[in-house]
Design a protein around this ligand. Structure first.
Ligand SMILES: *Cc1c(COP(=O)(O)O)cnc(C)c1O
Length: 342
């Protein structure tokens, strides 16, 4: 069965064009710096986000952890939001790989208070760890886009106290699309940025870490240490180039579809959509008072060709992407309406 997969935008299969480009890709051993497709991808990616250099890494988690490893030394403290991906979804990697301590601040729907960040920067004291890094996440995995003004304030503080700022921009192009700005307007407010090629941009594997040339040279060695030195990676790079050149330009469609999905879902009795949270391609909603056992929903929808995740703390999340068309949205909504009315 061909499934309609709403679990995430990581489920996006490569397009036909990507498969053709991967087939034809000119490759080499990238650990020797010999893979022309990876060299092209890294140069293109760096320019796209306005940084001096970039590095292809196997995943977003890898890129974030490599950023921590490269910016910090063991025992440093990293200031970041309590609900960010590095804290919540990276298996505690920061303590294992970079050996850093995470100082979490309560985020207001993904937004950090710049004044609070400032107040947490360590002074010199024989007892204190050193503040090594500040991290921001945009778009946030809660579906919201962080205002540029907030990023700007945080970056200014980082610069003032000489503390680098890393941006977890797994969905940076969704953020730029929502804000209606060139992606450089977002990335100019950080020293390093990680973004995913494999989320919504349809590449099968891979993320990019970008920053100064000095930072990326150091990160390249750290990537080797982490076991991420890849050989004929150009097969993946060929798909990544299409992600950056073409797929970044069509994300508005996914955002419109998310809004459409939200509007249609909200008309079903018992469904409450959090419209405030629809900034990008994610729709969050609750199902209430229908008498329907939500726990069964995953299995029943699966039997009807629809893959979804179970609710998290009672909240459902549907994600739109390249393979979710308007017809599929209608099918999903009709199927759900029928189930809930029973
Ligand atoms: C998905 C995601 C990551 C990690 O990417 P993977 O490729 O899944 O490791 C990091 N940060 C954010 C905000 C994400 O949404």
């Amino acid at each position: 069965m061909k499934f309609i997969d709403l679990r995430s935008d990581t489920v996006t299969m490569p397009t036909d064009k990507m498969r053709e480009e991967m087939f034809k890709a000119v490759v080499g051993d990238d650990v020797y710096g010999d893979d022309p497709t990876i060299v092209e991808l890294e140069e293109y990616a760096a320019k796209l986000v306005g940084k001096e250099a970039a590095l292809f890494v196997p995943s977003g988690t890898f890129g974030n952890q490599l950023a921590l490893l490269t910016h910090c030394k063991r025992g440093d403290e990293v200031i970041l939001g309590d609900d960010c991906h590095i804290v919540a979804h990276e298996v505690g990697g920061a303590s294992v790989i970079a050996g850093v301590q995470l100082r979490t601040l309560q985020s207001n729907k993904g937004i950090l208070n710049p004044e609070e960040i400032k107040s947490k920067i360590r002074e010199e004291d024989i007892h204190y760890p050193e503040t090594g890094l500040i991290c921001i996440e945009n778009a946030h995995s809660n579906g919201r886009v962080i205002p540029l003004e907030n990023m700007k304030k945080i970056y200014k503080i980082g610069q003032k106290y000489n503390i680098p700022v890393h941006l977890d921009g797994a969905r940076i192009f969704n953020a730029a699309t929502h804000l209606g700005v060139d992606v450089k307007e977002v990335t100019k407010n950080c020293d390093s940025v990680m973004f995913c090629l494999s989320k919504g941009l349809c590449a099968p594997v891979g993320s990019i870490l970008a920053g100064t040339k000095e930072f990326i040279d150091k990160a390249r060695k750290g990537r080797k240490l982490m076991g991420g030195g890849l050989r004929q990676a150009g097969f993946l790079g060929a798909a990544g180039l299409i992600s950056l050149k073409e797929m970044t330009k069509r994300l508005e469609e996914d955002h419109e579809n998310a809004l459409l999905l939200g509007e249609k879902l909200s008309k079903i009795p018992g469904i409450e959509v959090n419209f405030e949270d629809i900034h990008i391609n994610m729709v969050f909603f609750n199902i209430k008072n229908t008498g329907y056992n939500i726990e069964n929903l995953v299995d029943i929808l699966y039997s009807k060709g629809i893959k979804i995740n179970p609710p998290e703390n009672g909240v459902m999340r549907f994600v739109t992407h390249y393979w979710i068309t308007k017809e599929k949205i209608s099918y999903v909504v009709n199927t759900l309406e029928e189930l809930l009315s029973k």
